[in-house]
Design a protein around this ligand. Structure first.
Ligand code: FA5
Length: 341
């Protein structure tokens, strides 16, 4: 077969192969035709030397034309394959911008945390520092150091969850009064938010796990009027200026005198209902002047320093400020409830 016929055959066969090749084959095909060492075009061109001086340029230019033609076909095929890949991708990744999106419900701060923040802000504004304390306490801090010796009848007020010998889940935040005074010289002005645990029967205003905020202020010349003024301001700020407050005489072994701070019932406006047990009033905290025995126990001189303390239930405050009639609603995690606040 002459070189011209060989070139014509190469052209025909290569055209067919290029048209049929996929992108993985195309590069191999390019080498098979154009490789200097063992490409089929190079093999044919090696025969040029045997041609006459007249034939050589003619065949040379034909070989060049076949080369340019096949190279063009290969890059055209390459473009075609790339375009097909892109088209397939566009088809499979089509985004319908008119489709409705997935709605993510935004989270909310729980009503208890909202109340806690409000309480903290109010007292921070009055110059109180915020400190935390342990939930597992010793019998000494939960009772003894607060003037509640073993077998004292007032321990019944704090029916507790006991752990190992001498340890218990704190039943109020008052133990922190002692921790703080042991560590700091007066003046002291702190609040202590935290969880407390009691074996209380659950009803609309009691739960076995709840939150308190303890307050403690000790300095020279602190009087019961300072306590009343502070808590009255706080109650109105939390529950609204229309709410009435009342200080009932009460008893806590670690304060003398002691008081129960009441707010008129927000559900019945003081007329009497299930929530206020028909009394018209809801107790929100206990308070009083720090007992001299407690001051002495931590090394403070009760002749020089006096102070007041209070402990409030955060759940009760949250219920009061939002008109919630049952404490259990706060712990059920029902979104229909929590979304309202
Ligand atoms: C005390 O716990 C005292 N430590 C408070 C105190 C502190 C008095 C400093 C004097 C000086 P009491 O047991 O009354 O007191 O509880 C205080 C508040 O915690 C109550 O007014 C109530 O709002 C809340 N509370 C008590 N028990 C529960 C309960 N089971 N569930 C929800 N809230 C409760």
């Amino acid at each position: 077969m002459s070189i011209i016929e060989q070139l014509a055959q190469l052209r025909r066969e290569a055209e067919e192969e290029i048209r049929a090749a996929g992108s993985d084959k195309l590069n191999d095909l390019r080498l098979k035709i154009f490789s200097r060492k063992n490409g089929s075009l190079s093999a044919i061109l090696r025969g040029l030397g045997g041609l006459s001086a007249e034939e050589r340029p003619k065949v040379g230019s034909m070989a060049n034309e076949v080369k340019v033609h096949l190279e063009g076909l290969i890059s055209e095929r390459m473009q075609q394959l790339k375009a097909a890949v892109m088209e397939a991708r566009l088809q499979s990744e089509t985004i319908d911008v008119t489709m409705p999106g997935h709605w993510q419900k935004p989270g909310r701060i729980h009503i208890l945390n909202q109340a806690l923040e409000h309480i903290k802000d109010t007292f921070k504004g009055l110059g109180y520092a915020v400190v935390q304390g342990p939930e597992v306490e010793t019998d000494y801090y939960n009772f003894e150091a607060l003037n509640i010796p073993a077998n004292h009848p007032s321990r019944e007020m704090w029916d507790s969850f006991f752990l190992r010998e001498g340890l218990l889940m704190r039943s109020h935040t008052s133990p922190m009064q002692v921790h703080i005074m042991e560590k700091h010289e007066p003046p002291v002005r702190v609040i202590v938010p935290g969880k407390c645990y009691r074996r209380d029967a659950v009803d609309s205003t009691h739960f076995w796990e709840f939150h308190q905020v303890e307050g403690l202020l000790v300095d020279k010349n602190v009087t019961f009027s300072d306590l009343k003024g502070t808590l009255d301001l706080f109650a109105r700020r939390m529950a609204g200026p229309q709410r009435k407050t009342r200080f009932n005489p009460s008893y806590f072994p670690f304060t003398e005198p002691s008081a129960e701070v009441m707010v008129d019932c927000f559900v019945c406006d003081g007329k009497g209902c299930r929530v206020c047990k028909n009394s018209g009033w809801i107790e929100i905290m206990g308070a009083g002047m720090v007992h001299p025995k407690v001051l002495k126990g931590v090394g403070y001189d009760p002749e020089v320093y006096t102070g007041f303390a209070f402990g409030m239930g955060v759940e009760r405050i949250a219920m009061l400020s939002c008109g919630i009639a049952d404490i259990r609603l706060l712990f059920e995690g029902d979104e229909r409830f929590s979304r309202q606040f």
